[in-house]
Design a binder for this molecule. Structure first.
Ligand SMILES: Cc1cc2nc3c(=O)[nH]c(=O)nc-3n(C[C@H](O)[C@H](O)[C@H](O)COP(=O)(O)OP(=O)(O)OC[C@H]3O[C@@H](n4cnc5c(N)ncnc54)[C@H](O)[C@@H]3O)c2cc1C
Length: 350
């Protein structure tokens, strides 16, 4: 379902920005209406908040499902949309949206471009981007000596690693690297971790055996050394709880500090916005721009509730709105999935 970054504009009837639960269900409702869509997300996986913030926690208020975890709900949504084969573009953040007589020109930070007839902004609380240590000078070393734990990491055989974080992901990176790296050090403000019991036990055992080192402290500054081309990172300094400064050398720094949402450029797309949310009409969830709909946590209207169920309703009406926009001469018929031969054919169950 995932597509590689693309340079020539991709022509599409519908582009969904955000692959959270509501963006995924939008693809389903568009599919029922016979509209194929492309979906884009800044994260390397679908699922939005459900997967990123509470993957293993229970949800009790999805109609017809007594309880499921965030991850399970997303897996079910993926199954449900599979018949419509939406094209998914992951790890791409939408930066630019511009109108033109031919449609909406949309561009991602990876340079992929779309020419879309309708847009569905399902951007939730914004694009999830990895958190960084708050020290200066990291950016020029990204993908050379500084990495985010959420990306696919190179093999670090024979290298000295410093991992920043306290989560499952941070501990797992330490455990994965300890067999091949020259040394593995985990750094966090305090000697307490927010991780699953099994992973924590494996980490503590490796620590006891001296295979992983832990330092409690807060990074303050990068340390550099001259290299053949410019300069190279030699390590960083950190403050411990007593206010003492220490040096911590490394070859590579891996930041596994979780993600935070950034609304980013949505505010610059020329759409009516109130308190960082897109204003919609509740008939079709259309924004102030023709052919642009906003569904899920990103929108606002009187009585708005940020619930998945409400987002599903919004996506349903937005798909009807898209039919009216794309096929103005067609009647927007309500058909039941139980009995409609047309819908059965679209669902592949005819
Ligand atoms: C801890 C917690 C528990 C919750 N429990 C429940 C519950 O029990 N029941 C319930 O109904 N709701 C619950 N919610 C709320 C629910 O998760 C949200 O209402 C829901 O995720 C909104 O879905 P969405 O698709 O609109 O947005 P999101 O899930 O936020 O997904 C938006 C996606 O858009 C992407 N995106 C944003 N901007 C861009 C861009 N410019 N380019 C590319 N991608 C972009 C983001 O990376 C993200 O993946 C809970 C929320 C939290 C935090």
């Amino acid at each position: 379902m995932s597509a590689a970054p693309h340079s020539a504009p991709i022509h599409t009837d519908a582009l969904v920005i955000g692959a959270g639960p509501v963006g995924l269900f939008q693809a389903f409702q568009l599919g029922l209406q016979g509209i194929h869509c492309h979906i884009v997300d800044a994260l390397p996986h679908v699922g939005g908040q459900c997967v990123e913030l509470y993957a293993d926690k229970p949800i009790y208020d999805i109609p017809g499902i007594q309880v499921c975890t965030g991850r399970e709900l997303v897996a079910r949504l993926e199954q449900q949309i599979a018949p419509f084969q939406p094209t998914c573009h992951l790890s791409q953040r939408i930066e630019q949206v511009q109108t033109s007589p031919e449609g909406w020109h949309v561009r991602s930070d990876q340079g992929t471009e779309w020419l879309a007839q309708t847009l569905f902004i399902a951007a939730g609380v914004g694009a999830f981007v990895p958190r960084s240590l708050s020290i200066e000078g990291l950016t020029p070393h990204l993908h050379q000596q500084v990495w985010f734990g959420s990306q696919s990491l190179p093999a670090f055989a024979g290298q000295h690693l410093l991992i920043a974080g306290d989560s499952d992901a941070a501990l797992q990176i330490c455990l994965d690297a300890m067999d091949t790296a020259a040394s593995v050090t985990l750094m966090h403000r305090r000697d307490k971790f927010d991780a699953e019991p099994d992973r924590l036990a494996a980490f503590e055992a490796a620590r006891q055996a001296g295979r992983i080192r832990f330092v409690a402290g807060q990074a303050t500054e990068l340390r550099t050394q001259p290299a053949a081309q410019g300069e190279r990172l030699a390590g960083l300094t950190y403050l411990d709880a007593e206010g003492q400064t220490h040096a911590q050398p490394f070859d590579h720094l891996i930041m596994a500090l979780g993600v935070s949402p950034k609304l980013g450029p949505i505010a610059e797309w020329g759409l009516a916005i109130e308190r960082k949310q897109l204003v919609v009409n509740t008939e079709t969830f259309a924004t102030s721009a023709p052919g642009v709909f906003a569904v899920g946590d990103i929108n606002t209207y009187p009585g708005k509730k940020k619930l998945i169920l409400c987002g599903f309703h919004e996506a349903t009406l937005a798909a009807f709105g898209a039919v009216a926009h794309l096929r103005p001469n067609d009647k927007t018929l309500l058909q039941y999935t139980t009995t409609s031969a047309v819908l059965h054919k679209r669902l592949g169950v005819a």
